[in-house]
Design a protein around this ligand. Structure first.
Ligand code: FES
Ligand code: FES
Length: 166
């Protein structure tokens, strides 16, 4: 199949590749860029394991083609920690509140939580539960995930969540 050029910014870096038009964004991130933080769970838009931030929106990267992200700015879980390796407050909060077990859902869950707190820094428990309802966790029962997001929101003081890739 003929390949076409696609370019975008991922975690603050400009990238350009020749890809088949049918390549999904999740495969582009994992296979072309080596960013294996975004996980492949269902590939049918249900589980949220592949969630990334695209132009300030949460996107399930299995639901779109890489070429549809032409010109976009994307942040993946790899872009959340600071350049010196310091974890993002959400990553710290997930660790401190034991918000993961197998960890398969965690990269997508954190990216969704990141956008949720950007949209609503003072989210209530109910709003958090609704906000992460597109992300499935098979292990934790969600309780500690909700606590971690609340903890991160408190750490951030209700202030705007800093863009990790800035
Ligand atoms: S792998 Fe994308 S939503 Fe499940
Ligand atoms: S921690 Fe295992 S799926 Fe969420």
């Amino acid at each position: 199949m003929a390949r076409i050029s696609v370019s975008m910014t991922v975690n603050g870096k400009a990238v350009e590749r020749m890809v088949e038009p049918r390549m999904l964004l999740i495969h582009f991130l994992r296979d072309e860029l080596g960013l294996t933080g975004p996980h492949i769970g269902c590939e049918t838009s249900h589980c949220g394991a592949c969630t990334v931030d695209l132009d300030s929106k949460s996107v399930k990267s299995c639901t779109m083609f890489a070429i549809q992200a032409e010109g976009a700015s994307i942040v993946t879980i790899e872009g959340m920690a600071a350049a010196d390796g310091a974890l993002h407050p959400l990553q710290e909060a997930f660790r401190e509140m034991h918000a993961l077990q197998c960890g398969f859902c965690t990269p997508g869950m954190i990216m969704r939580a990141h956008r949720l707190l950007k949209e609503n820094p003072n989210s209530t428990e109910e709003e958090i539960r609704l906000g992460i309802s597109g992300n499935i966790c098979r292990c934790t029962g969600y309780q500690n995930i909700v606590k971690a997001i609340q903890h991160a929101a408190a750490k951030l003081g209700g202030a705007q969540v800093k863009e990790a890739a800035e």
